[in-house]
Ligand binder design. Structure first.
Ligand code: BGC
Length: 443
């Protein structure tokens, strides 16, 4: 399982690196291609645009060819995209190459959690899926550090090109990993699914493995939700999953991550060097708190982390707004670091985990695909409008707006998000079939 986890979570690394590298690269791309504001915005947004497309297309890929080949495909596209970015002779090719990178990021963003959740045992599922978010945050830090190291040489081509290495490792590694046993059952390969489970559950008895397989088979053969995503019976989980997709972005964390140097500048940190170091600091805290979440998620459960995190995010954005208004540097920095910590242990990792848990097997790929696409689309919308928003309502107003979103999200999650800690995916599905309300699906 360890080997499998390492390879499967490289998808997260691509996600983090692919989205994190642009902030540093952009400083120097301008020197090579002399871009107008609009071209700059399009170059920045191209990865997120590619990710929306990748997430949408990937639902089909996951259903038809399985989660494993989806990740293989993501690794291949990421490698090709990264190389094309590195050698792009003009801005048009660079934008196309960044869209290809984004396409791979969109695919890997939910194939990883999906694949891992279907291979993991219920007891450790939360922790194992959260390892994927840990590699996302690790990828973001890695990108910040690479940006920093290559900044002296203004080498934006190498910043992009280095992405080819993890891309190739993912593509080659996936060729040696098994298909998801749950996907195999939906395709009628029950024997193969049994053999995969046997390999994965080395510490479990044959009876326990057979029992797990029987439960998967029972769910896979139920006709109620067979390939029909918008079945009324699925309404509670669709509202929960799609709502959470928007909530994760509307909480504002990506705006803090993408525009961190600007936020630090407004907080009164004068030198570019100080801003860059502080940005690496934010990325590192995000990473470390996600590591803590791996430990907490199967102990405290999803709801406590989610609800506590949303309240903490609302409060810290509130104080951050005040601090920026009065240029209170220390309060601004403490608020920012506390805010990103709260995000990391709550919506940052729980969105990807919960959407890998609540949807029934027969529509899981499609439903996750739509949830991921909504997440990426909201991200695109915010990234494209954030600076304009700041122009109109000042950065304080923007952060207070995000604080309000977090409070509203608390109410949404309190009533509509179930506790899924330690519950098997099949039990969650059975509760859904029995007509239990969203909040009670894990009971
Ligand atoms: C992504 C989130 C992810 C988070 C991890 C963000 O950039 O948009 O989906 O969970 O990074 O910190």
């Amino acid at each position: 399982m360890q080997y499998l986890l390492i390879i499967a979570t490289i998808g997260g690394l691509l996600f983090g690196y692919g989205t994190g590298v642009i902030s540093g690269a952009m400083l120097f791309i301008n020197e090579s291609f002399h871009l107008h504001t609009m071209a700059t915005e399009i170059t920045v947004a191209s990865v997120v645009l590619g990710a929306v497309i990748g997430a949408l297309v990937n639902g089909k890929i996951c259903e038809l060819y399985g989660r494993r080949y989806a990740l293989f495909f993501a690794g291949t596209c990421f490698t090709i995209g990264s190389i094309c970015c590195a050698i792009a002779p003009n801005i048009t090719i660079l934008i196309i190459a960044r869209i290809i990178v984004g396409f791979a990021v969109g695919i890997s963003s939910f194939s990883g959690p999906l694949y891992i959740s279907e291979l993991a045992h219920a007891k450790h599922r939360g922790a194992l899926v959260t390892v994927n978010t840990m590699t996302i945050t690790g990828g973001i830090v890695l990108a910040y550090v690479v940006n920093y190291l290559l900044a002296y040489a203004h080498n934006w081509r190498l910043m992009f090109g280095l992405g080819a290495i993890p891309g190739a490792i993912l593509a080659i590694g996936m060729l040696f990993l098994p298909q998801s046993p749950r996907w195999l059952v939906t395709k009628g390969f029950t024997d193969k699914a049994f053999r995969v489970l046997q390999k994965l559950r080395t510490n479990y008895s044959l009876a326990a493995i057979n029992n797990e397989l029987e439960q998967i088979k029972a769910m896979a053969t139920m006709q109620l939700t067979k390939h029909r995503l918008f079945d009324p019976a699925l309404k509670p989980v669709l509202i929960a999953g799609f709502g959470l997709a928007a909530i994760q972005q509307l909480g504002g964390a990506n705006m803090v991550l993408y525009y961190a140097p600007i936020v630090f500048q407004k907080a009164g940190l004068g030198s570019t060097f100080a801003q860059l170091v502080a940005t690496i600091g934010i990325g590192t805290i995000n990473f470390l708190m996600t590591v803590l979440a791996i430990w907490l998620v199967d102990k405290l459960g999803r709801r406590q982390l989610l609800l506590g995190g949303l309240i903490a995010m609302a409060i810290t954005l509130g104080t951050l707004g005040f601090a920026l208004l009065y240029t209170a540097q220390i309060i601004a920095i403490i608020s920012l670091f506390t805010y990103i910590s709260a995000f990391a242990v709550s919506t940052g990792c729980l969105f990807w985990l919960i959407i890998a848990e609540i949807f029934p097997l027969n529509v899981r790929g499609k439903a996750m695909s739509l949830a991921a696409a909504i997440n990426w689309f909201t991200n695109l919308l915010l990234s494209a409008t954030f600076l304009t928003l700041v122009k109109f309502i000042h950065i304080t107003g923007a952060f207070w707006l995000f604080a309000t979103f977090n409070l509203l999200s608390f109410i949404f999650c309190y009533f509509l998000i179930p506790e899924t800690k330690g519950v098997s995916l099949e039990q969650i599905e059975e509760n859904l079939r029995a007509g239990k309300p969203a909040r009670k699906l894990g009971l």
